[in-house]
Design a protein around this ligand. Structure first.
Ligand SMILES: Nc1ncnc2c1ncn2[C@@H]1O[C@H](COP(=O)(O)OP(=O)(O)OP(=O)(O)O)[C@@H](O)[C@H]1O
Ligand SMILES: [Mg+2]
Length: 395
């Protein structure tokens, strides 16, 4: 499947080719939709690369432009600005007036609905794009059989989609995407119709299929745990732009902005004012005491209004407050502790702030008990607050 020799499209323009080119290179992409009220900018100067065998997850809230970006790469939308290269070959360039149709782009798409033909059996569904490509029957049969074997569906090749589980249908859709492409697959929320347990299992299956077959992917989701589990790199989108792109660890541990911090994982936030900045570290006066953390881009001056962010799992609770260097400490009262199976989730009050702490086992505290909460300064981030912004709280 991941055989570059299957690439057969005639590029509009060829500049760079070869194994060093990323599978997908998107540069400065802009897409506007005309609406009744005028114009809506769905993509605003978006740039992103996908390397060979890389799994990139596009994550963001509804309406931020994820599907538009995918459809632009697939050739289902015509961008208003920017370039798209596949394996180094230009398939779309607004400035040079180049735009190749989807059938010439040699990539596969897997949709939320799977989009299988109900009147065709599994074999025929997977063979469909090859038949469309006017391939000879003798070539089609082994390719389809191989694709179905790879996704573990050889035994049901004569079944119809209605006779399959959601997970099996998803694998048919994946086999169909892979059979006709040079190993580049675009996924648009393929698991979002399934219940949580099936979704978790298919996620693992998809990762192992991707690792054994080595296809490159751009995978859209708005489920952050799916993104963290699947991605080599995550691109977090915010209204038509990419807010940050990096490994799951980079995005989670070093979010570039308050938006990214709040979107990925849970974040506690306490608002305050900068009292000192020294070599990337920032001291903040807050209603619950002085807190110290790493200054994010844009935190620049004493007196500036900022949000201090820390993760629930970084918090430790104790009955006795002792000031320890390198730790931020806050006096709180316990509102409630929720047993969640593997962990406890504690909700604590400090002034008007509600703070969430997660622990595995540890001491139990009574409602209303005074509890000292601490978290490492090195895992605390300080973000600028836009003028007039209010506290986001914990989500
Ligand atoms: N054909 C269209 N005409 C006008 N506006 C559109 C069109 N398609 C999308 N939009 C708008 O462009 C923006 C981006 O849409 P898009 O479908 O890319 O979002 P998304 O991130 O995929 O959202 P979701 O998570 O809900 O699928 C939205 O505001 C949407 O309303
Ligand atoms: Mg979408």
């Amino acid at each position: 499947m991941n055989d570059a020799s299957q690439t057969n499209h005639q590029p509009g323009s060829q500049e760079t080719t070869g194994s060093d080119s990323p599978r997908v290179a998107v540069e400065g992409l802009t897409k506007r939709y005309r609406t009744k009220g005028g114009e809506h900018v769905a993509l605003d100067n978006v740039s992103i690369d996908i390397g060979a065998g890389e799994f990139v997850v596009l994550l963001g809230p509804s309406g931020c432009g994820k599907t538009t970006l995918l459809r632009s790469i697939a050739g289902l939308e015509e961008p208003d600005g920017g370039d798209i290269r596949l394996d180094g070959q230009i398939v779309s360039s607004a400035s040079r007036n180049i735009w190749l149709p989807p059938e010439d782009r040699n990539l596969g798409m897997v949709f939320q609905s799977y989009a299988l033909w109900p009147h065709m059996n599994v074999f025929e569904n997977v063979a469909y794009p090859l038949r469309n490509g006017k391939l000879k029957e003798a070539e089609i049969r082994p390719r389809v059989a191989q694709a179905l074997e790879r996704v573990g569906l050889s035994a049901v090749m004569a079944s119809y989609p209605s006779q399959l589980s959601g997970g099996q249908q998803q694998r048919v859709s994946l086999a169909r995407a892979l059979v006709s492409t040079g190993g580049l697959v675009l996924f648009d929320e393929p698991l979002s119709n399934l219940d949580a347990k099936v979704r978790a299992r298919l996620r693992i299956e998809l990762v192992s299929l991707q690792q054994s077959m080595g296809f490159s992917s751009l995978y859209v989701t708005h489920d952050q745990s799916e993104a963290l589990a699947l991605a080599d790199r995550i691109a977090v989108m915010e209204v038509g732009r990419i807010a940050q792109i990096g490994t799951p660890e980079e995005i989670y541990d070093s979010p570039a902005t308050r938006y990214v911090a709040d979107f990925i994982g849970s974040a506690n936030e306490i608002v305050g004012e900068v009292t000192r900045i020294e070599g990337g570290t920032c001291v903040v006066a807050t209603p619950v005491g002085q807190l110290v953390g790493g200054a994010a881009t844009g935190v620049a001056s004493v007196g500036q209004k900022v949000a201090v962010m820390f993760r629930p799992e970084q918090c430790a609770l104790s009955r006795n407050a002792t000031a320890t260097s390198g730790l931020n400490t806050i006096a709180t009262t316990l509102e409630r502790s929720l047993f969640q199976g593997a962990t406890f989730e504690h909700v604590l009050r400090a002034g008007t702030n509600l703070i969430v702490a997660i622990s595995i086992g540890g001491d139990r505290y009574a409602h209303g008990e005074t509890v000292s909460l601490s978290f490492p300064e090195s895992r605390t981030l300080v973000f600028p607050m836009p003028a007039g912004a209010t506290q986001a709280g914990t989500k």
